[in-house]
Design a protein around this ligand. Sequence first.
Ligand code: GTR
Length: 404
Amino acid sequence: MGFAQGDANYDETKVPKFTLPDLMTSFSGNPITTEKEWEENRRYEILQFFEKQVYGKVPGRLDEYSYKLIEENNKAYNGKARRKQVAITLKKNKKSVTYNILIYLPKKNPTAPVFLGYNFYGNHTVTNDPEVPITKAWVANNEAFGITNHKASERTRGVRTHRWAIEKMLDNGFGLATIYYGEVDPDKNDFNDGVHPLFYREEQSQPKTNEWGSISAWAFGLSKAMDYLENDANISNVIVFGHSRLGKAALWAGATDKRFAGVISNNSGCGGAALSKRKFGETVERINTSFPHWFADSFKKYNNNERTLPVDQHQLLALIAPRPLYVASAAEDTWADPRGEFLSAHYASSVYKLYGKSGIDTAELPAVDQPVQHTVAYHIRTGKHDVTDYDWEQYMTWAKTFLP
Ligand code: GTR
């Protein structure tokens, strides 16, 4: 896997001195003072940079998009929930990809806000509900789950229920929509499967330098899921959520698709919420070496060269403004650089201010388990790299207050 996490820098005194690129000064040096200048000039050029030099561009449009309600039932979770399973099919150049959205909606509300998030091992792993089919897609091997041939089995049903507080969501009037990310693009270093090949011209076998890596492909999958979700009469709002690599994808989806009403980054780390220029924990070189398929090829020129990056990740977060944004860290997750995640949310807040929204004013990291919630929210909780009930409880409190 390239680099051992233990070898990274975790010493605050060894963080290099750097100047953060200013959100309020354009690349050509002009000051940005109004919402209009932000929207039309600065936001646009930052978005373009991330699109071409970091995550990579989606290389065109689909020929065809369709969805199919595979199954619906109103007796899930002891009658608390309406379950829907929807298959999305994307077609281009006579090739297609189909992926499944598993949806639970609180029956007590005719329309509900929904968290949309990818899962790591299949929709059947987030619940013990026997009506959710086992994914047929490629999955990463995992000894603890007994996955040895890249195939999920009945044995993995419900193995990730602890990461998805579904009953709590239902009780609080929220729904969940989840997708196995490997059905959109398997997480391995090749470009022969998932959505990438749909867009190839003859003889092409991988995206061009400025075109999409897997994070951008996953973000695209979230947007295409949104094409269905925004038309579901039982759904009022969609908050895009993601943990870790899928938090990176959620942030990029939120930045590129304004239909997401809110965005949650759970422990997204390097290439997600954390500032790259701090080089604390995982670095650009480490991530591009361990996961060469995640970002656009063009991002590799910043390997061990963060100093020359004309942007940093606070600018990715600022692209989400003025929509509600929650950045969360875990105290033991130093690989993801909690302080770097926090500072990013703090610096992005200047753009929220431009819109008259409140963000994270202080540059001082809050105490563990003391959330700071405004339109921009942040917490660092006790414990490891994971998603816990505590995280979901904070997200729901915040969503109830700050969601439109
Ligand atoms: C790690 C990777 C992180 C994070 C994590 C995950 O190995 O270095 O950037 O994405 O995986 O997704 O769990």
